[in-house]
Structure formats: structure tokens, C-alpha cells
Design a protein around this ligand. Structure first.
Ligand SMILES: [Zn+2]
Ligand SMILES: [Zn+2]
Length: 338
């Protein structure tokens, strides 16, 4: 919130207000009451028009302008919770803002076909959007240089594309929930990050934003693998294999990794189910990384109480990710550095 004036005077009682004050200490008048009214109005209009992501964005901004512990803040928090659940349950809720109602299929196959094409185009747009940011592009080139030196240019370019798709998964989920975030930044040799400018409202939201990255990354790995099957190009199989491994690594439930954000939404019993799934995956593949994931998940199941409410959707997402990423890490590749 750098756009606040350094100091201001309360229009109600004339008290001097410091830069961080959200209400007047004397008469309690809200500093941003006009902007709050506008935000509430535009949120309600967006909701009525069916654009839940836009409505969520306006409510989140409003929450930032309210001092903590106010009645209005509680009401807005509750609204965000309800809208967030609606976005989660209605898969067509988010793309509406991008394709102007084209995602609502009416009767007939043609309309459905058009809607699907529009949805795909909207995804392509999301993918391309990140490329227009100069910092992303520059850091991507830097990253590419490091991988290039190690593995050759085809592999380097493919891996960068995989990581990019992974990050855009986070970006798309954040946009769906109306959470402001930066464009992806590539860290040479390490991967990439998207920095959130607002906190997710609940562990439920955070888990979905967290696992969206590995989900998109998994789709990218399947894509690269399919191309290698069709063409016999080994560098593409190498990209699928390493990409799958990188996404699996990101599922580790520790630090700020995606897996940690997913795990936060799981109850202790769900965590034990996940540990069981990891054990099965290890027995089937003997992928060493799974032992590490299992140990960390076991430690967190023992050390913490876990979420209060179960989140079957997130548990199922973890299991699908394991079921697809683990076999992909086992791909046989001839001559990795070609
Ligand atoms: Zn005042
Ligand atoms: Zn991620």
C-alpha cells in the first residue's frame, strides 16, 4: 500500500493522521470510507454479473483498507469465504471475465465446441500474459543460460517452458480467487516464484493455489512425454522426466514449497492417508525422493494437529499428482545431454 499519502487530516475532527493509520484515533472515522463504499458497490455489481473473481478482488482490497478487528472486516471476510467456495465449486466461474460469457454452453454441440475453444484460448492468453513482463522474460533468459550450459539448449528451453507452465498454474489460480500477485520471476538454476501481494483467505484457498502449480506442471510433463512418444526425440522425454521430478520435489510438505501449502488443508487422518499413498508410490517406483517426502509428511502428521475440517478435494489432488508424476520420473531416457 505505497499509494497512501504520508500524512492527512481527519475531515471529521481535524486530528493529524499518520501514514499507516486506517482510522482516526479520536473520532474513529474510517480513513478510506469513500473508497470502501466504491469497492463494496463494484464487488456487488461484479457478483450480480457472475464475475466472482472480480468481486473477490474488490472485497480483498476493501479488507486491506479496514483496521483489524472491525465489524465490517468480519462481514467482508465472511463474504470472501462464501465467494471463494463458489469459485472452487464452479469451474466455469473464473474464465467468464476473460471470454465474456462464452463459457456458458447453451444447447447444441456447436455452442459447446465454441465454448471449449474459447476456454483454451483464454488459457493460452494466461500463458502468454506472463511473457509480456520484462523482469520475467529477463530472469527466464538468465535461467535458461544456466540450464543450457549443463544440458544443451533443447533440454534447457523445454525445462524453462515446464517451469513457466507450473508458475502460470499458480497465477491462474490466484486470478480465479482474485488475489493480487506478481508475474513469475525466474531464479537461475533454482526455478521460479510468484510473489503474492495479498494473503489467501483460508488454508483451503492457499492449498488450491499451491497445488495448481504442480497440476499444470504435470500437464506439461504429459505433453512433453506425448511429443517424445510421437517423434522419438529423447530430449523431450528428458524434459518430461526432469519436469515430473521437479514437480514431485515441489510437493515436499516443508518451507514455502507447494506441498506445504497443500498439506496445511489436510486433517491428521488425511495426512496419514497421504503417507500411505507415498509408501505405495515408493514400493512401485523406488524413487528416492519419495522417501524424503514420506519422512517430512510423517513428521508433520506427528508434530501437528492438522486442519480441523477435512479437504477431500486436496487429498485427491495429491494422490492424482503422485499417480501421474511418479511413473513419469521413471521414464527411460537415452543420452540426457543431447
Ligand atoms: Zn477524526
Ligand atoms: Zn509452485
Amino acid at each position: 500500500m505505497n499509494d497512501l499519502p504520508a500524512t492527512a487530516t481527519c475531515p471529521e475532527c481535524g486530528t493529524q493522521l499518520g501514514p499507516a493509520m486506517l482510522n482516526c484515533p479520536t473520532c474513529k472515522r474510517l480513513r478510506h470510507s469513500d473508497e470502501l463504499k466504491q469497492l463494496a458497490q463494484s464487488a456487488e455489481q461484479s457478483e450480480a454479473a457472475g464475475d466472482l473473481s472480480l468481486a473477490l478482488g474488490a472485497w480483498r482490497r476493501a479488507l486491506e483498507l479496514l483496521p483489524p478487528g472491525t465489524k465490517q472486516g468480519e462481514v467482508i471476510s465472511a463474504k470472501i469465504g462464501v465467494l471463494s467456495l463458489r469459485v472452487e465449486r464452479d469451474p466455469s466461474a473464473a474464465p467468464k471475465q476473460i471470454v465474456d460469457g462464452a463459457t456458458k454452453p447453451r444447447k447444441g454441440g456447436l455452442a459447446w465446441l465454441l465454448a471449449t475453444a474459447a476456454l483454451l484460448l483464454s488459457k493460452a492468453k494466461t500463458l502468454l500474459l506472463g511473457l509480456t513482463k520484462g523482469s520475467t522474460f529477463f530472469s527466464m533468459l538468465l535461467s535458461m543460460g544456466v540450464y543450457w550450459a549443463a544440458f544443451g539448449w533443447r533440454f534447457a528451453a523445454g525445462l524453462i517452458v515446464s517451469i513457466y507452465i507450473h508458475e502460470m498454474g499458480h497465477v491462474a489460480a490466484l486470478a480465479r480467487y482474485g488475489i493480487r500477485a506478481s508475474a513469475p520471476m525466474f531464479i537461475p538454476g533454482l526455478g521460479a516464484v510468484v510473489r503474492m501481494k495479498q494473503y489467501p483467505h483460508s488454508p483451503r484457498e492457499d492449498a488450491r493455489v499451491g497445488l495448481a502449480g504442480p497440476l499444470w506442471g504435470m500437464a506439461a510433463a504429459i505433453g512433453f512425454w506425448s511429443i517424445s512418444l510421437a517423434t522419438g526425440w529423447q530430449s523431450w522425454a528428458a524434459i518430461a522426466k526432469v519436469g515430473a521430478w521437479v514437480n514431485l520435489f515441489n510437493l515436499m510438505p516443508v518451507w514455502q514449497l507447494d506441498g506445504a501449502r497443500g498439506l496445511r488443508a489436510l486433517t491428521r487422518i488425511e495426512r496419514i492417508v497421504l503417507i500411505f499413498a507415498l509408501a505405495v508410490a515408493w514400493v512401485l517406483t523406488h524413487e528416492g525422493l519419495l522417501i524424503l517426502l514420506l519422512l517430512v509428511a510423517a513428521w508433520r502428521a506427528l508434530a501437528e494437529k492438522g486442519a480441523e475440517k477435512p479437504d477431500v478435494g486436496i487429498l485427491a489432488t495429491f494422490i492424482v499428482l503422485l499417480a501421474i508424476l511418479c511413473p513419469l520420473t521413471q521414464l527411460k531416457v537415452r543420452g540426457l545431454a543431447q
